[in-house]
Design a protein around this ligand. Sequence first.
Ligand code: SAH
Length: 471
Amino acid sequence: MKLFPLFADLQGRRVLVVGGGEVAARKVQVLLEASANVLVGAPQFIPELAELAAEGRIRLVVGAFEPEWLDDAWLVIAATDDRSVNAAVSAAAEARRIFSNVVDDAELSAFQVPAIVDRSPLIVAISSSGAAPVLARRLRERIESLFDHSLGTLATLAARHRARIRERRPDLKQRRRFYDWLMDGPVATALRQQQPAEAERLLQAELDQPQARSQGSVVLVGAGPGDPGLLTLKALRALNEADVILYDRLVSPAVMSLARRDAVRIAVGKLPGEDHNATQARIHALLVEHAQAGQRVVRLKGGDAFIFGRGGEELEHLRAHGVHYEVVPGITAALACAAYAGIPLTHRDHAQSVRLVTAHCRDEEDNLDWTGLARAHQTLAFYMGVGQLENLTARLIGHGRSPATPFALIENGSRPQQRVIAGRLDELAAVARSHDVKAPALLVVGEVAALARELHWFGQYEEGRRVALAA
Ligand code: SAH
């Protein structure tokens, strides 16, 4: 972090503005909004500044800049159109250890003025550390549109009741929940509808409620395939509100970085030597334990929790223990990988259906309908297949699928390292070996897989090679 952000209390404190033109006047306006004691120095002033001085709202000092102007100042803003004057102001301020800003000149500035979204008392400040002020302003526009103007009123209301809220909700978690209710619930709605009295009444009524017994809950959230842009808004909100997050190995670090900073994060992937059922039992126990302790638990799974994610078993367990839950769907690997590889899973000419399959291919577990799977003009998306390619190919071809059927292997779908490797079914295992395909990878088999060649748009695309190149 190049710059340390801070919000300064300038009330009654002297701030010097050097410059008498439009730019200086704009800075003066903002400083006056913050109740600063403003001194403006320049050889001459535009009428707006002269008027403010006549009204007694600012003081003027006429002439060329002199370091003495900095006496008693806490901050200085140089807003002249003469770089040498700006540099002199900056140097004089530096010598006196007064923070200076030169408008639109990051190099000469000791502090920078951020772009702001003002919902006072809430203020959002944005800085690009001087690197790209235009980007910061663009971001500001977006944030402006995100927050209703009633947000400031809401913050003021909350501030007025702060002591009472603290008294009625002494526990931090309860209090946070109360504030969530305040932000998202009927009080915010009433304020948006310009009904402040109703908002006040609703808030009072809620505070009069005896404290609700702390009731934990679990949100089963699909984290998608890796690209955090593929999270739903609900998933993002759940991550923001979580006390505890139980996450799988497949969940990408980019997604985890969006979670609330002080949420407890527990990796619940398979431990060395542990079998899958033991892992699952351990997860069930952790879910119930944290929820019963009153925590808001997010159970975060790669892709979608209900597609080869054992999400159903987790809900059954929660239900059996009376734990409240919600489910937020995620984008499953087949959908994401196909989209990011340019493979339409269905296509008027090539595929009228699509099947999501996981193939173990071990005889005792294999109860798949291979005859059905081997039919042409359908798309098969195989999960967890990388270790089974030989068997899988043999069964499909053995049951009648053409050896020339196109396939695409999508490794690390939607992540920066994504690779798509395409070829024909009878060469699948050899190609995967020579390209050293690793998990997580999704296999798409079917006529549509050939479209990746033309339509791919993300990451790397490779035509299948059967043998490794000589080292
Ligand atoms: N619930 C998950 C699937 C879990 S099974 C979902 O809905 O996506 C794990 C398998 O999913 C992996 O072996 C792989 O085949 C596939 N997979 C998950 N994420 C993937 C990714 N980013 N790229 C390619 N395949 C992925």
